[in-house]
Design a protein. Structure first.
Length: 432
């Protein structure tokens, strides 16, 4: 059985980390290798046009996550320091109280048909709705592997856009159950199949036929309750100590800023996406689709706001909640052809797309808490600086143990710059 607690993981060497992961996870040695193996060039060249190679990013494992009572090791692909550490640390605090509780809706995607030149809108809308059952059966009659897995057309909705740069038009939404796929291809195909029938019925002309990335019928939600005493800590700047109540109230005040101000909400939600995107990428899913859906959902009330909510319960504990659209799949697309993505899904031992979404939304909430806790107390630069210093040391030419030594010296001096890194490196290499 998986355990997501691997004490001291951070301090191990790369090989030791892989060995510890093999012990803690359900992956076989072969699958573990696939998790970090580069994508084969012949696979890459069939995935996109004009491929000339591949581009790699760090893959790390977020630890300590318990989601719905199950320990899960979370693969994250990301170039930004502090994110994996932040998520792991917050997951550790959350697990003192059972971890994250998460839910997801049925995997219902929305396909849109834009219908132009409709003369009598009311009659057209009425006709579409009257013949809904027949139209859904027609869409489903096409050969589709999704249908054999229990997916398919579920509903039709009619919308009327009264004002636009070209005037009025009708929009039909096809609600389509995509089961464990992300579903873009299935939805687009279904919309194209439906289009001629909609033209017959409405007398209009179907222009666009495409899924909506505002997949607000395919939602995931995570909550966590952090005991207030777990939030207390002694900081590294001047050994300042923070009580649990101070940290809790600081997080709630930081959330209030994002709830009220779109300038802050954009950055706050970026912090959430710092947790979401790396898992989406590690599992071969379309992170642009997830980003588009998240931000459109954050603006659903026509005022862009925070995706998460932070409050306290009657016992004074910190309560976090994150709900957002999460159209991710575990079959099809890059998830199917990328061996590392398959290994990532196996590592998390997820059996459905909904289960994957529940883990991802929990990581988003943990990451949001990490950013708010840092911002509300010591600021984020301290944590960022030491990791950033390592990147600068590497860029200045340091390798092996010199990376850590050059980085530590810059962090002590509080000067993290390429020219200084080169000077320190030169001095260290010449034994001064
Ligand atoms: C940096 O990548 C993310 C943060 O800016 C998020 C936030 O401000 O909440 C730290």
């Amino acid at each position: 059985m998986t355990t997501s607690r691997i004490p001291g993981f951070y301090d191990l060497t790369l090989d030791e980390r892989r060995a510890a992961l093999a012990d803690a996870s359900p992956l076989s040695p072969g699958e573990l290798i696939r998790l970090t193996d580069p994508l084969a060039l012949d696979v890459a060249s069939h995935m996109v046009e004009n491929a000339i190679g591949t581009f790699s990013l760090p893959l790390g494992i977020a630890l300590n996550f318990t989601v719905n009572g199950r320990d899960v090791l979370v693969p994250m692909v990301i170039e930004e320091p502090s994110v994996i550490a932040g998520a792991s640390f917050m997951a550790k605090l959350a697990r003192t109280n059972g971890g994250f509780t998460a839910t997801s809706t049925e995997p219902l995607m929305i396909g849109q048909l834009q219908v132009l030149d409709v003369e009598d809108v009311n009659t057209a809308a009425e006709q579409v709705l009257t013949r809904k059952a027949e139209l859904l059966t027609y869409v489903d009659a096409a050969e589709s592997s999704l249908k054999s897995r229990g997916g398919g057309a579920r509903d039709l909705e009619v919308r009327w856009i009264a004002e636009s740069p070209i005037g009025k038009f009708l929009v039909i939404h096809l609600i389509y159950d995509v089961r464990d796929a992300m579903g873009a291809n299935a939805v687009n195909t279904a919309c194209e199949r439906l289009a001629p029938r909609i033209e017959e019925i409405t007398g209009g002309r179907v222009h666009l036929k495409i899924l909506s990335n505002l997949s607000d019928k395919r939602m995931a939600k995570a909550t966590c309750v952090i005991p207030v005493k777990e939030l207390a800590f002694v900081g590294q700047i001047a050994n300042l100590s923070y009580t649990g109540e101070e940290v809790r109230d600081g997080i709630i005040a930081a959330y209030a800023f994002a709830a009220a101000d779109p300038y802050r909400a954009a950055t706050h939600n970026k912090g959430i996406m710092n947790g979401i995107d790396p898992v989406v990428i590690a599992t071969g899913n379309d992170w642009r689709a997830i980003e588009a859906g998240a931000h459109a959902y954050a603006a659903r009330s026509s005022k862009y706001t925070s995706l998460s909510i932070w409050s306290k319960d009657d016992d004074g504990n910190l309560v976090g909640e994150l709900e957002m659209p999460l159209a991710v799949g575990i079959v099809g697309g890059a998830t199917k052809v990328h061996p590392a993505a398959q290994a990532a899904i196996k590592l998390m031992d997820v059996k459905s797309a909904g289960e994957l979404a529940e883990i991802i939304v929990s990581v988003g909430l943990a990451q949001n808490m990490a950013a708010l806790r840092a911002l509300a107390t010591e600021g984020i630069q301290r944590g960022h600086m030491s990791l950033h210093a390592r990147q600068v040391a590497i860029a200045a030419g340091a390798s092996g143990e010199l990376i850590e030594r050059v980085a530590s010296r810059m962090a002590e001096e509080r000067i993290v710059r390429m020219d200084r890194a080169k000077e320190i490196l030169k001095a260290m290499e010449s034994g001064k």
